[in-house]
Design a protein around this ligand. Structure first.
Ligand SMILES: C[S@@+](CC[C@H](N)C(=O)[O-])C[C@H]1O[C@@H](n2cnc3c(N)ncnc32)[C@H](O)[C@@H]1O
Length: 327
C-alpha cells in the first residue's frame, strides 16, 4: 500500500496537516538528545524526518518496509550530499544488535504496527538502557469541544484527500487506523508495559497529533517510575502545558515568529473581510442583479473563503504557539 502512494505521499502529508507537519517533525527531532550517537528513524517512509536528525558525527538510519518509499527517500537525500543509512527492514525484526541505538524516532508509523506490544518490545531490544524513543502520531478524537470537528475531518476530509493519491483506499485506511490507534491513553499504557518511562508529551493542532517522548528504563521490560523531564533534553527548554520540550531560539526563530505572525494577521483580516462580505451579500442579495447560478457561486466563494482562512488562522496560531523549526 505504501509503495503505491509513495509518489504523492509528501504532497498529501502537507495538505492533510495544513502545512504543519514540518513544525511537528522539528519538535520530534529536537526530542532526541544532541549527544545521541546512533539514531534510527523507523517507518522513515520518504525520509522526510531524516534531515532534522542530522548532527555531526551521528549515524542516522532510516528503516522502512516499503521499497517504494525508500526510493523516494534516497532521491530526497541525493542532492544534499548526506547519506543516512537507508534500510529496507520490518520494524518487528530489525537487523540491529541488542542495545545498539541511543535514540529511535517514529513519525506517523507506530499506528501501522500491530500488535503494538511486539513493536515496542523490538524497540526496547535495540535501544540501549536510557535511550530515547520519540513518537509522533495522529490520534483519534479525545472527548472535548473539538471532537466533532476532528471526527468530521477524519471521516470526511481525509478520505476525500485520498482522491489526489493513486490509491484512495490507502487514505480510507489512514482514517480507520487513526481511530483504531485511539486518542492516546492506550498507547501510553503500552509504552509503560514495554518498559518505557514517559518524559514528555505534547499535543499539536488541538490533539489531532501527539508527540510522546519516552526513555527506556534499565531492565527494559519492567515497570518503572517516571523519569525527570530533563534527562533527554540538552537543547533550550520551553515550558508548555506542564511539559518540557526543547525549543528553537536565536534570530532565525525570531524571524520565523515575526513572519508567521504577519501571515496570521493577514489571515485573520481576510477572514473578517470575507465574513463581512458574506453578511453584506446575504442582506442585499435580492437587490443584486445576479442570476441564480451566479448568486450560488458568489455565496460559495465567500463562505468557502471565510472557512478556509479561518482554518488557516487557527493553523497559524497553533504553529506560532509551538517551537520554531530548526534551520
Ligand atoms: C504513514 S507512513 C509515515 C512515513 C514517514 N515517517 C512520515 O512521517 O512521513 C508509515 C510508514 O511506515 C512503514 N511501515 C509500516 N509498517 C512497517 C513495519 N512493520 N516496518 C517498517 N516500516 C513499516 C510504511 O511502509 C510507511 O512508509
Amino acid at each position: 500500500m505504501f509503495d503505491e502512494v509513495s509518489g504523492r505521499y509528501d504532497l498529501l502529508n502537507g495538505v492533510l496537516s495544513l502545512g504543519q507537519d514540518r513544525t511537528w517533525r522539528a519538535a520530534l527531532a529536537r526530542a532526541v538528545p544532541e549527544d545521541a550517537h546512533t539514531v534510527l528513524d523507523l517507518c522513515t517512509g520518504s525520509g522526510v524526518s531524516l534531515g532534522g536528525l542530522r548532527r555531526p558525527g551521528r549515524l542516522v538510519i532510516g528503516a522502512d518496509v516499503s521499497l517504494g518509499m525508500l526510493a523516494v527517500a534516497a532521491a530526497r537525500m541525493e542532492p544534499t550530499g548526506w547519506a543516512p543509512r537507508l534500510v529496507c527492514a520490518d520494524g518487528f525484526r530489525l537487523p540491529l544488535r541488542d542495545d545498539s541505538l541511543d535514540g529511535v524516532t517514529i513519525a506517523f508509523g507506530i499506528r501501522n504496527m500491530r500488535p503494538l506490544a511486539d513493536a515496542l518490545a523490538e524497540l526496547a531490544r535495540v535501544l540501549r538502557s536510557g535511550g530515547t524513543l520519540a513518537v509522533l502520531e495522529a490520534a483519534a478524537p479525545a472527548p472535548g469541544p473539538f471532537a466533532p470537528l476532528h471526527r468530521l475531518y477524519l471521516r470526511r476530509v481525509v478520505p476525500l484527500a485520498g482522491r489526489i493519491s493513486r490509491d484512495a483506499s490507502a487514505y480510507a485506511y489512514l482514517s480507520r487506523s487513526i481511530f483504531a490507534f485511539g486518542p492516546g491513553p492506550e498507547f501510553e499504557a503500552a509504552l509503560e508495559r514495554a518498559g518505557f518511562a514517559r518524559v514528555a508529551h505534547r499535543r499539536f493542532m488541538f490533539g489531532a497529533t501527539h508527540l510522546w517522548v519516552a526513555r527506556l528504563a534499565p531492565g527494559g521490560d519492567q515497570n518503572v517510575a517516571p523519569a525527570e523531564p530533563g534527562i533527554v533534553q540538552n537543547a533550550r527548554v520551553a515550558r508548555r502545558s506542564g511539559v518540557n520540550l526543547p525549543s528553537g531560539g536565536g534570530p532565525a526563530a525570531a524571524e520565523w515568529r515575526a513572519w508567521t505572525g504577519v501571515q496570521l494577521g493577514l489571515s485573520i483580516a481576510l477572514t473578517a473581510a470575507l465574513v463581512w462580505g458574506l453578511r453584506a451579500f446575504i442582506n442585499s442579495g435580492p437587490d443584486l442583479p445576479l442570476a441564480d447560478w451566479q448568486r450560488r457561486i458568489a455565496w460559495w466563494l465567500l463562505a468557502g473563503g471565510a472557512i478556509g482562512f479561518a482554518v488557516r488562522s487557527v493553523a497559524l496560531l497553533t504553529r506560532l504557539r509551538g517551537p520554531a523549526p530548526r534551520g
